[in-house]
Design a protein around this ligand. Sequence first.
Ligand SMILES: [Cu+2]
Length: 122
Amino acid sequence: MKLFARIGGLLVGLALSTAAMAHAMLDRSTPPVGSSVKVAPGRVELWFSEPLEPAFSTVKVVDAGNRQVDARDAAVDKVDRKHLLVSISSLPPGRYRVVWRVVSVDAHATEGDFTFDVAPQK
Ligand SMILES: [Cu+2]
C-alpha cells in the first residue's frame, strides 16, 4: 500500500511537470519587452514557447489612457502557430501596453502583459 502511494505520487508529479512545460509562455516579441523604439512599429508580434489555439488566443495594445490602439485584427500566424500578431497604425510617442491571453494546444490558458515606449521625436 505504501509503495503504491509512492508510485502514485511520483506519477502525479510527472504529469504536473509535463503539463507545466506545455503551457505557452512568451518567448520574445517585437518591439521587445520593456524596450524603447525610435520608430513607431506597424505591428506587434509575439512568439510563444508552444503552438496556440487560434480561436482562444488574442493580443491587444493600449495607450496610457487604456484606449485600444491596435487595428483589432489579432491573429495567430497560420504557418507558425507559436506566432501571434496584431497591426497598429501610427502611434504618437508614449508608453504602450501589450496585453495577451493565449490558449496552447494542450488547452491551458496563460496571460500576461508588457510595455514598450515610442521615444519622442527629436
Ligand atoms: Cu499547459
